[in-house]
Write a protein that binds this ligand. Structure first.
Ligand SMILES: [Zn+2]
Length: 329
């Protein structure tokens, strides 16, 4: 008889590939992936983004050719980011909701091309302000909170009006969730449009490729007075609870991999909300760079990282790997 204690033996439970799958509380599915897309104001653009392997800036006229094959493979949702290159930017981000601007044009185009595709829109001012900050500023360069949230709510409502299923404010201004929710309700979209809050968005070094792609670097200073300090677990928990109270329908954590504890906190604090996380540009670029350097296999690492997010509690993952996962899953 073996001298092994019964309580020592675990391996029998995961000896087979199928029994290994059963160890996950939840599996990755195609529906969990939302694909971030950059829309520029040149309608015929298809421009490679050097720091984001395989990703491009798209013009509205190119969206059908780009997305049709992905929709056929099971793509169910996208999130749109405007990349205006020719508009005249000002201090309040006027071009953000220009009806002829790239985001509103893209919402309308996608609604007509792909009736079943769920269309979320990022809502922020930084791509449209002449100073590149995410809100409206005082003369001394600090955030002027009330006009910021009023303007952000106005933009969100105009995206809803254009046909967005979901508006997702990434600005991190205090009070904007309440202002957007009120605006949606007053405009008749309270029961039609989802409000996904970038609740715990950290001032991360992982946004570099996105800023290249979106041209959204601030012209002075940084965003450390509104994005959260990377050490700030308590603040993140307060922001998550505040946004849930203010009417957020989905809570998001961004970035993902260095903030898995915050994803787990969100799942614990708001267990009745979907929990989203954004696998940001720098995470995606890092995984590609590591694979290219022979550190690991790309697909294996793409699975390991996104599965860690699901394990932490995420139910929705914004990822540039979405087209790959439509093939892999
Ligand atoms: Zn911004």
């Amino acid at each position: 008889m073996s001298k092994m204690d019964i309580s020592s033996i675990l391996q029998g439970g995961y000896a087979h590939p199928l029994s290994r799958k059963w160890q996950a509380k939840r599996q990755l599915t195609k529906a969990m992936f939302m694909y971030p897309i950059f829309i520029t104001d040149d309608a015929d653009a298809s421009v490679e983004i050097a720091t984001l392997p395989g990703q491009r800036r798209w013009g509205v006229n190119k969206l059908e050719g780009f997305l049709r094959p992905l929709v056929e493979k099971g793509l169910e949702s996208v999130i749109l980011f405007g990349v205006p290159l020719t508009c005249i930017k000002d201090e309040r981000g006027t071009p953000a909701d220009d009806v002829n601007g790239p985001v509103i044009q893209a919402i309308k185009k996608l609604r007509s091309l792909f009736p079943s595709l769920y269309i979320a829109t990022d809502v922020c001012l930084c791509e449209y302000t002449d100073h590149g900050h995410c809100g409206v500023l005082h003369a001394d360069g600090t955030i002027n909170t009330e006009p910021s949230v009023d303007r952000i709510a106005e933009v969100a409502v105009n995206y809803a009006r254009a046909g967005a299923h979901c508006v997702a404010p990434s600005d991190m201004m205090d009070g904007r969730i309440k202002a957007i929710k009120r605006g949606l309700i007053d405009a008749g979209f309270g029961n039609k449009v989802t409000l996904m809050s970038y609740s715990a968005k950290f001032a991360s070094a992982l946004y570099g490729p996105f800023r290249d792609a979106a041209g959204s670097a601030p012209s002075f200073g940084d965003r450390k007075c509104y994005q959260l300090p990377p050490t700030a677990k308590g603040l993140a928990r307060r922001a998550i609870q505040r946004d849930a109270t203010e009417g957020a329908d989905i809570i998001m954590v961004k970035p993902s991999l260095p903030y898995l504890d915050i994803i787990a906190d969100a799942a614990e604090l708001t267990p009745d909300h979907p929990i989203a996380c954004y696998q940001v540009s720098g995470e995606f670029a890092m995984i590609h760079a590591g694979a290219a350097a022979g550190v690991y296999d790309l697909k294996t690492m793409a699975f390991e990282t996104t599965e860690s997010m699901v394990r932490a509690g995420a139910t929705l993952i914004l990822s540039y790997f979405t087209p790959d996962f439509l093939e892999w899953l």
